[in-house]
Design a protein around this ligand. Structure first.
Ligand SMILES: [Zn+2]
Length: 407
């Protein structure tokens, strides 16, 4: 074989075999993968999750995402950045280990504006464990994530902006396992006799729940006649980010304590649930607590409530609230599921059984239109405020059995 031919053969072999890549680690974990073609994958930012990355045959790149620990709820989060020295089309083979793909990928060039990857660029295998993403990349990094991330920084920024309103205060309470202070927003006078508690983001990937919570809270802080009157009578404590460690780590479900926090209201083994329940219990001690709302995301929009014949005060609140909401949004189907004994370790169950109040889980679908979820959240806040002003003097009832004081 001539030297030229040998060189060609070696080049040809080199082109077919997956090439070695350069890896950079942070704290023992690989966070940057650089391939000889100039393609770079990065997972060095809060909310990132990319467990492993490698070149495949045929010029594709495999991205593997793994959960923080198992067993775990099947909601695989992923988030990473990809760039290339020069503009090119890249195929990313996304593999979920230990889970089924739940989220259609979103892309962004600035981490602020996000676009859902259309069917032309997204091909999911029938079992849902793997998918292929066709991406146009270049020197400017392209963010790819399971949902538009609503980060810890964004939540705090939002809270600090609300704080500029004369009737809003923001404070820190408790601490996460990693030592992050938790965020509390007080709307109205915390010394008032009537309280409502709102919490969110126990589950890291559930960003549509955060979007709904934010719009709901903004409506309470808003200019409407009802909101002004409501703020004169009620105080609302909002704890919008109960699991900041899990959010920062890009977790699928759990806290840094490897725990589903919304299965810890009762055991209270985690600092986040201990601190948050103590805030709510203190509200009940300092006056009357009327309602507890917990915002989440799932496959479709649904309000999980207690059944109507379950004693609670205000009486029949969920039925009245959601019927009123339906009238406000006639083109939208308000979906309610009432259950007598849901999981006894959720915040909604705990609040209902401890204080005899409605404890309602406000769930937003992963794919719900973002404009619609905001419209419904605003209407839900208006209806809640109007109803509360009507029922505020109805006498309270004894809580049903099964509750426990927050620790
Ligand atoms: Zn959830």
């Amino acid at each position: 074989m001539s030297g030229v031919l040998l060189a060609c053969a070696l080049t040809w072999i080199g082109a077919c075999a997956p090439k070695p890549e350069k890896k950079e680690t942070v704290g023992g974990e690989v966070r940057r993968w650089e391939f000889p073609e100039g393609v770079v994958f990065e997972a060095d930012f809060p909310r990132a999750r990319l467990s492993e990355c490698r070149a495949m045959e045929g010029g594709k790149y495999e991205v593997i995402v793994r959960p923080e620990n198992t067993p775990i709820n099947d909601s695989p989060w992923f988030a990473f950045k990809i760039s290339a020295q020069k503009p090119m089309a890249v195929v990313v083979h996304l593999t979920c280990e230990g889970g089924t793909l739940r989220y259609r990928p979103k892309i962004s060039t600035d981490g602020v504006q996000w676009v859902t990857l259309p069917a032309e660029c997204y091909d999911q295998a029938t079992q849902g464990k793997e998918a292929e993403l066709k991406l146009e990349v270049g020197p400017q990094p392209l963010w790819v994530a399971a949902q538009e991330p609503v980060s810890t920084l964004e939540m705090w920024g939002w809270a600090r902006t609300l704080e500029r309103l004369p009737y809003v205060a923001v404070s820190e309470y408790g601490g996460s396992l990693k030592g992050q202070k938790l965020c509390r927003i007080d709307i109205g006078d915390p010394g008032a006799a009537r309280h409502i508690s709102v919490i969110g983001r126990q589950h890291p990937p559930e960003t549509t729940g955060s979007l709904a919570l934010m719009r709901f809270v903004e409506e309470i802080c808003g200019d409407s006649e009802t909101a002004r009157k409501f703020r004169g009578e009620f105080h609302v404590a909002v704890m919008p980010l109960v699991n900041p460690d899990g959010v920062d780590a890009g977790n699928w479900r759990h806290s840094l304590g490897r725990t589903d926090l919304n299965r810890d209201w009762g055991p209270f083994k985690q600092p986040e649930t201990r601190a948050t329940s103590a805030q709510i219990a203190a509200l009940a001690k300092s006056g009357r607590l009327y309602l507890h709302l917990d915002f989440h995301s799932t496959f479709h929009d649904v309000f999980y409530t207690q059944p109507d014949d379950e004693p609670a005060s205000p009486e029949l609140f969920a039925a009245r609230w959601l019927e009123g909401l339906q009238k406000r949004v006639p083109d939208y189907k308000v979906n309610r599921e009432a259950s007598r004994s849901p999981r006894p370790t959720t915040s909604a169950y705990w609040a209902h059984h401890t204080f005899g109040i409605p404890g309602i889980t406000y769930e937003i679908g992963d794919n719900t239109d973002r404009a619609q979820l905001k419209q419904v959240a605003a209407a839900a806040a208006q209806e809640m405020m109007e109803l509360m002003l009507k029922v505020k003097d109805e006498p309270p009832k004894e809580p049903p059995a099964g509750g426990s004081e927050g620790k």
